[in-house]
Design a protein around this ligand. Structure first.
Ligand code: C2E
Ligand code: MG
Ligand code: MG
Ligand code: MG
Length: 281
């Protein structure tokens, strides 16, 4: 109908506003209200020691359940949140919820050693992150060393002052991991100056680890690099027994992936791991 009316000199939407643009605008409008409408929640994915099966930490992964759209995956709304600046509000919310959850698990008798939370590049645009991270840690009572922030290589390489902000975080006792390692371009010289504790091998290299010689070579190289730089290395996206065995054989004893657990709700994690960990005590 918009087209027919166009002849009369007006349109319902600008020609540049493609169907995709309309969809994006709608998503953006919904997204802006998602927190006040209580539509966001967190899932937590265990990180485990391969040889013992012990829980070494969890990663917080945000989920958006919209009444009309259903469950919207992070790959659809995180980039949008970054573009619109909403990521700052969302990121604060995620961090606070994640820290609170650690204290709740402590009180319920499950000691999760470490909470990993993802950070976007955009969250570095507002000056020192350490000040608001420090505020949240004080408010929630979580010890700084139990928090690990995950950033990708591009955050480190493309953010002005990244080194200074990361040093600030290090100074307050928060850990840092490089997420999706191997998919970006990090200068090893730069990496060496960073107070980073952990490299996360991207899941694209783990997927065909036992059949693709290139992926195998990359995974082994990252494990070796981590060793020589005294960093811990964790493999993402471990789905099979073979992958876990391969990693262990090559000196990587930390993993996260569907083989161990999908990301789950806080209570599910508690139910599954409270007894499992008690056995180890
Ligand atoms: P990521 O930080 O690399 O998180 C790992 C992703 O891999 C998660 O996807 C997780 O569900 C998925 N995954 C874990 N194990 C397996 C496996 O064995 N097989 C497969 N196929 N996938 C696995 P998810 O939750 O969809 O998140 C995607 C990305 O969205 C994250 O990648 C992260 O970059 C971003 N993200 C999620 N939550 C947040 C957040 O709170 N803040 C920010 N800034 N980004 C977030
Ligand atoms: Mg991550
Ligand atoms: Mg990753
Ligand atoms: Mg990622």
């Amino acid at each position: 109908q918009a087209k027919a009316r166009g002849r009369n000199g007006y349109r319902l939407y600008a020609p540049s506003m493609s169907g995709e643009g309309v969809e994006r605008l709608r998503l953006e409008t919904f997204l802006r209200r998602s927190l006040e409408k209580d539509e966001m929640f967190l899932n937590f994915q265990p990180q485990v020691e391969i040889d013992t099966g012990r829980l070494t930490g969890v990663e917080a992964l945000v989920r958006w359940n919209h009444p009309e759209l259903g469950l919207v995956p992070p790959i659809r709304f995180i980039p949008l949140a970054e573009d619109t600046g909403f990521i700052n509000q969302l990121g604060l919310w995620v961090l606070e919820q994640a820290c609170r959850q650690m204290v709740r698990w402590d009180n319920a008798g499950l000691h999760v050693p470490k909470m990993a939370v993802n950070l976007s590049a955009k969250q570095f645009d507002r000056g020192s992150i350490a000040s608001w991270v420090g505020d949240i840690l004080r408010e929630t009572g979580l010890e700084p060393h139990r928090l690990q922030l995950e950033v990708t290589e591009s955050v480190i390489m493309n953010t002005g002052d990244a080194l200074a902000y990361i040093n600030d975080l290090h100074a307050i006792g928060v850990g840092l991991a490089i997420d999706d390692f191997g998919t970006g371009y990090s200068s090893l010289a730069y990496l060496k100056q960073m107070p980073v504790q952990t490299l996360k091998i991207d899941r694209s290299f783990i997927k065909d680890i036992s059949t693709d010689v290139n992926d195998e070579a990359i995974a082994i190289a990252i494990i070796q690099l981590g060793k020589s730089m005294n960093l811990s290395v964790i493999a993402e996206g471990v789905e099979t027994d073979e992958q876990a065995a391969f990693l262990l054989r090559h000196g990587c004893n930390l993993a996260q992936g569907y083989y161990y657990s999908k990301p789950v709700l806080a209570d599910e994690l508690l139910a599954r791991w409270r007894e499992a960990e008690a056995v180890h005590e």
